[in-house]
Design a binder for this molecule. Sequence first.
Ligand SMILES: *[C@@H]1O[C@H](CO)[C@@H](O)[C@H](O)[C@H]1NC(C)=O
Ligand SMILES: *[C@@H]1O[C@H](CO)[C@@H](O)[C@H](O)[C@H]1NC(C)=O
Ligand SMILES: [Zn+2]
Length: 491
Amino acid sequence: MLSSPLPLLTVALAWALPATASPIAGPGPNSLHAAQAAFNNPFPHLVHPDGLHLAHEPTTPPPSELAGTTGAQERYDGHAVWRVNWHDMGDTAKEGILTLLETLNIDIWHMSAASIDIRVPPALTYIRKVLPSFTTYVPDVQALVDMTARDVAEDEPEGGWNVSSIDTPFHDAYHKVEAVYAFGDALKAAFPDIVEEYDIGTTAEGRTIRAWRAHLKAADGEPEHEELEFVIQAGQHAREWVAPSASVYFLHSLVLDATADPNSHAANLLRHFTFTIVPIVNPDGFEYSHDHSRMWRKNRQDVGGLFCKGLDLNSNWGHKFKAGRTACSDSYAGREPFESLETKAMAYYLINGTITDTPPRDHKVRAFVDLHSYGQLFMFPYAYSCADFPPDAENLMEAGLGVAKAMRQAQNGEGYQTGQACDLTFRSTGEAIDYVYGTGDTRWSYSAELRDTGTYGFMLPASLIRPTGDEVNAGLRYLAQFIYETDIDKP
Ligand SMILES: *[C@@H]1O[C@H](CO)[C@@H](O)[C@H](O)[C@H]1NC(C)=O
Ligand SMILES: *[C@@H]1O[C@H](CO)[C@@H](O)[C@H](O)[C@H]1NC(C)=O
Ligand SMILES: [Zn+2]
């Protein structure tokens, strides 16, 4: 179709490649040279000297940023998602592809050792020439965006959410930050002896990161295990909408089951554990993904870039942190660990307790699960490298396999893969699970990629919130039981 792709490539690269002198200057001869090199050599190993910070500032704002300033919704007409099969490539060749994708600002949806899913705008389809074989997974991204836009509930109902049944319409739709928080408050109001609310911290745009904790008083003669805290966080990545929804579903269902029957498994778990749910770790990004740019992943902090905002929270934690190179990248890690207010606040909470209203933590968090989408994976540390094998790997694997089985056996459950994060994903430093395990010394540390495996990706239909929630429910209850039997009540 393209007889001479090079001019197009040069145009596309004009705002993607480094302006060597200053971020404001247009692309110099060097970047044109690099563009040609990138085209002539599929894996050019474009060098990013670490000192050249924010070198990839575009000379015009990328669409995702324009959307915010004009109040418009960014559109993805003609964008497709390709699953590129890179199974046979070595790590160096993979790195070469990643560098090229980053240079072109191509959005990576999912990465595993076998394949990588990328969102390709119509102007960049020429990259097919330098990619190994691929299949089109999502032919029309905008159609999916339109679909989940209709899946967002407008407002909370008159008189607030009725939380007395899991059948509440809340779980049939996606919601914005305030509605999720209103639902948490309704839970607290309905179950004041069980559910508490805490503020974890404040974001760059002034939103509060809120947490809900649930615990039941021990029955007579039973030991109190309030120190067994199980923290579930969701929504580090803004566009992964099903994760916050599933975390709220889990909390709701646990509290309902426990209050319906004091002898239930749920009640038992809540007597022994305190479950802390932080449904939206990144409320600024989450809101931005609703209002301006459905594909938004990062937070909305000013990082000193000319046009591009935001840090990738799950690259910004302080264990084996690796500084980011370009502010416009969707996986921009920042200059320093905990540069993002959200990871800083969460780390403080996990290690020390809340800043505001709890006494300092005198015990470690026992378990931590970080919810994401998509891919159907349940993973344990480390993410940054497979050479670093956690001393608890066998236990983590054994519990993880049980979790995956419990998820599959849930009503309408799907298959989930279990393993070390470095094995199941590719190249990820500064992740939450690594920090919580490696620095925080929490032995049971996992991250989950919830549904699906790529058909809808981030735009999972709201009708699948419940089945996903049921899986999370089954998996996390299994995990808590496993931890209890392993750590406390050894058989
Ligand atoms: C809440 O829903 C339950 C059943 O789902 C119903 O019995 C109850 O009356 C409702 N409460 C209010 C205040 O509407
Ligand atoms: C925990 O509190 C100590 C003392 O205030 C502080 O130095 C440390 O940075 C905190 N840890 C985290 C992870 O924020
Ligand atoms: Zn994620």
